[in-house]
Write a protein that binds this ligand. Sequence first.
Ligand code: NOJ
Length: 753
Amino acid sequence: MFQPQLIKSILFLLLFFFIALPAQSLDDKTLENEKISGLLAKMTIDEKIGQLAQFNPDARPTEAGLKEIIRQGGVGSFLNAGSDRETKEKLQRVAVEESRLGIPLIFGRDVIHGFRTIFPIPLGQAASWNPLLVEKASAIAAREAVQTGVQWTFAPMMDIARDPRWGRIAESLGEDPVLAGELAAAMTRGFQGNNLSDPNRIAACAKHYVGYGAAEGGRDYNITFIPEQELRNVYLVPFKAAVDAGLATVMSAFNDLNGVPASGNAFTLRQVLRNEWGFDGFVVSDWTSMTEMINHGYCADEREVALKSLAAGVDMEMVSESYRNHVKELIESGQLDQKYLDQAVANILRIKIRLGLFENPYPVPEDKSVLLHPDHLQTARELAGQSLVLLKNKNILPVKPDVKTIAIIGPLADNPLDQLGTWAPDRNPDDSVTPLQAFRENAGGRKILFAKGMEKPRSMDRKHFSAAVDAAKKADVAIVFVGEDELLSGEAHSRAFINLPGLQEELIAAIAATKTPMVLVIMAGRPLTFPTQLEQADALLYAWHPGTMAGPALYDVLTGAIAPSGKLPVSFPRTVGQVPIYYNHRNTGRPPTADMLGIPLGTPEDPKGYVSNYLDADFTPQFPFGFGLSYTTFTYSALKLSTDKLLPGQELTVTVQLKNSGLMAAEEVVQLYTRDLTGSITRPVKELKAFRRVALKPGEKQDVQFVITEEDLAFWNAEMKFVAEPGKFEVMVGGSSADGDLLKAGFVLEKQN
Ligand code: NOJ
């Protein structure tokens, strides 16, 4: 029915948004700038330098001394100022009420994958391929964190990670720039909301800028070599996505990038971040990453550190004190232009203003019901459920209704601490619900047996083996929870061996020998290698470290309350010797072919030709990027392109029919890849361009559409221009990045006339 009144109101509202909102935000900008210049005009050089300092309060000998520094305006920020609200409030009061200009402090903390409610580790969140749910989780983390006065998190981390030896892969969003970018933007929106001054939100920090994940040999803090095109086409992509999402802060990394450490790198910090992307928040160094430039051999002493870092564009110094000790003298001696100091202070004040700290410097009113709120736990359960990736299933999962006795086995079956994963400083293991608890609570008429088998994943003794074997013998199915202790991944926790640690491989072999059907659940902070265990198991579910609600989420999937729907955000090698192995590699002049597959692992064969291959392992990964099974089957068909000639400025619509051809309602992550067949520089064999989670009932079909534009095909080319080069492209759509899982079609990108 035609409703003129309704249409009028809609038009009015639209007009209001188009006219009123930008005007208001322009006003905000003007007010912001006036406030910044007003403060800068009043500040002494010492007060300005103070804003650049971020302290860890534990490193200060006395509280009285600390308060005096705050009173003098000698510090602008704290990290880890207690896990309570009182400490922060006490320090803030001194800044606001007793310092000359009353500039509030900003309190930062590592809120990485939840605050008190712990969500899956970021790599697990990435396996959900669900930006909306990831955004919701970050918003919850912010809401809990503000309860203790946290105003700023050092997250999201978006280092592209292609090396599972690197411990920090756990904190990453995987190997793909588009997936990591979408999730980094989602996390940024979740932490920050639409308005930074919302009391339930906190400022986000994109880290580690940039290239940190490319550490040679996967050894943390190691040097990196990344050619500029690769840097721009891969490593910088998620950072740009976060900046476009309104990101407030960036952290400069530890690594030496092509010979210039990231915390002294004017190219990445000034040229790319500020000049090209227009970032107007502030940059904080990583913990002593500035003074580590002396060890790198890039600076002779702390004075040179201060000079190079400030000139390069690091605004705030975390923990080390080169700015405090040297900036004044550097300016007075004419070696450092005062404008760098003023810019840095302005950047920091801008974010303090946007956070509303001048009006609301203290923690929000306390509300004890916020931490671990049932809604938060429900989201944690949902996200953990969607992060689980089913890698094998010989029709044993979900656990069948006629199963009467289940043996729950393994060092991670009832391990409230390790299931939370790395880097969750505000966690409390007492909050965790373990798999054993979940199975016991929901046992119904089933008998649940339990034997841990080993004390910890790294244990080296067999004293609990026989009890585990007995339990397996008495059961209809054994579910064995193995993996890594939480402290085997994370910062400075790289591994040279990435198999199951301790005697877990032996424990699995002992359970397998009972012939009771065996489900392996692996909880880990990285892709592990487990070729023998994969053969021994009847089903294998990869769980990462799922967080507080690991138990209920695993129970949901193992028993079939929901179908698994996670997809790998990173390729899984067959052996550590294949590393780095990632799907979006370039082709080489001698690519191996599929008929060369099937080389037994670790047994050198005669060469199968002079191609890029191994003699003792396949060239393919154990599991490809994007892979993950379901309890149902999905059939892809009828891939159609709206045109086979894409003209510049036009759109190409890709349509595929997805059918749930199995017997259970489930969700599938549909993935679209392209290949640019020739370029002015060689191009990856596949690049993820888009993805979508689709829920279908048994028998249901849906046409899934994606739109590709010229911009989606652009890359930094041989002339270092961001353009799409005309020529032939392939489009691939399916349920993983493996050739066998993809439907293919082609089109040509035409030249501009
Ligand atoms: C060092 C880590 O690299 C970084 O990710 C973290 O945010 C800071 N420490 C602060 O804890």
